[in-house]
Ligand binder design. Structure first.
Ligand code: ZN
Length: 132
């Protein structure tokens, strides 16, 4: 397991990316996730990555987050071998889930979110790499 990425909500991918590009990081790809109403850009950083998230709809989760709190740190993503099994375990232990079943994430991963109410205020994403 590893910290797959750190999610950062931004107003403008290009403007936000400039900082990381000035530090020498390179964008490894952009992807629009229609279901989540967001466009993401990934910047590999050592063993992990930064995920910049720009809303494509004010009613989507990132649009609402920025309206409430402004841009900034949004979530941590931990890579797990099996998201469905992890959700089952967490639910059985009483943790509050946003997703009861995995959904499609960036790069063909299966992802699910755990509610900040039961993580001490941190929105936690679980991600499972696509099988090759
Ligand atoms: Zn993420």
């Amino acid at each position: 397991m590893k910290l797959d990425h750190v999610g950062i909500a931004v107003e403008d991918l290009q403007a936000a990316g400039r900082l990381y590009e000035s530090l020498g990081l390179a964008c490894a790809g952009r992807e629009e996730l229609e279901e989540q109403k967001v466009t993401v850009a990934f910047y590999p950083l050592g063993e992990t990555r930064l995920e910049l998230l720009q809303s494509t709809d004010p009613e989507g989760p990132i649009g609402k987050f920025i309206a409430r709190k402004g841009p900034g740190l949004h979530h941590l993503c931990v890579e797990v071998p099996d998201v469905a099994a992890a959700l089952e375990r967490l639910a059985a232990e009483g943790f509050q889930l946003i997703d009861r079943v995995p959904r499609a994430g960036a790069g063909g991963c299966k992802v699910a979110f755990v509610h900040p109410k039961s993580t001490g205020g941190v929105l936690l994403e679980l991600s499972e790499k696509p099988r090759k």
